[in-house]
Design a protein around this ligand. Structure first.
Ligand code: ZN
Length: 255
């Protein structure tokens, strides 16, 4: 990652930096207990994703319009097994990600099941949070943050580039929190327990939790998404403040 990044290296890095942070090895751990009662078929999952995506469009269009801007909706590509993307091959091993190359979200439908049964993040709002986080990356893209951070990362030593990635990811969590607040206030779509489900998911996909689960130890310099506690903190901050300025992870002293 050190030195100039271009071509395939850059593409691979973007994919790695932007995916949700689920270490595939963590997902290989045997699931415990019976299949959850809320297990849904693929058609239901597609419908669910479409509804959440529409809710993100309502919220972000209103926010951008309030600032005199225009929010361009982001398509979500729901696939099974693998598909090609503007950022290279997408498959179930790499988890959901936002691709700035073609401005699309890629999500393997089996991920929702992995989230619930493999990682224990239960509930429809755990899944909504995943989508809202990826939409958060699209918002960062629209605001020019993604490309600016990408340029800053180029040429940085790996540990420093990772630290920037963490701030980018935690900001996407904060944006997901803002979305949840607006979805509740404007659209009235939240149910009791939804925020707890999102926080529960954030707490299960922290780098520390996934590394501990996957390899039995943690390497903080290799974190790209932040610890479970940091992810919880930033989602909650966005949800509670509902103010974009409070999502400035890049100038935060403490994450
Ligand atoms: Zn992300």
């Amino acid at each position: 990652m050190a030195g100039g990044m271009g071509g395939l290296g850059l593409v691979a890095f973007v994919v790695i930096a932007l995916l949700l942070g689920v270490d595939p090895t963590a997902l290989l751990a045997p699931s415990s207990g019976p299949a959850p009662a809320s297990y849904q078929g693929q058609d239901d999952l597609r419908d669910f994703a479409a509804v959440v995506l529409a809710d993100t469009e309502d919220v972000w269009q209103a926010r951008f319009a309030a600032e005199g801007g225009t929010y361009e909706p982001v398509p979500i590509v729901l696939y099974t097994a693998r598909t090609s993307s503007g950022c290279g091959l997408a498959d179930s091993a790499i988890g959901p990600f936002y691709c700035p190359g073609d401005q699309r979200i890629y999500l393997d439908l089996s991920f929702f099941d992995q989230l619930e049964r493999g990682l224990g993040a239960r509930g429809d709002f755990a899944r909504a949070y995943v989508i809202a986080h990826e939409v958060g990356h699209h918002v960062q893209d629209q605001l020019g943050i993604l490309s600016a951070i990408d340029r800053r990362m180029a040429g940085l030593p790996e540990a420093e580039a990772n630290a920037l990635s963490v701030r980018l990811e935690l900001q996407a969590d904060c944006l997901a929190g803002i979305w949840a607040q607006d979805a509740e206030a404007q659209l009235g779509v939240l149910e009791p327990g939804d925020i707890e489900e999102a926080l529960g998911a954030a707490g299960r996909i922290g780098d520390d939790v996934l590394q501990e689960r996957g390899q039995g130890y943690v390497v903080p310099d290799s974190f790209t998404h932040g610890t479970a506690q940091q992810r919880i903190n930033w989602f909650r901050r966005g949800y509670e403040s509902d103010d974009l300025r409070d999502c400035d992870t890049f100038s935060a002293g403490v994450l």
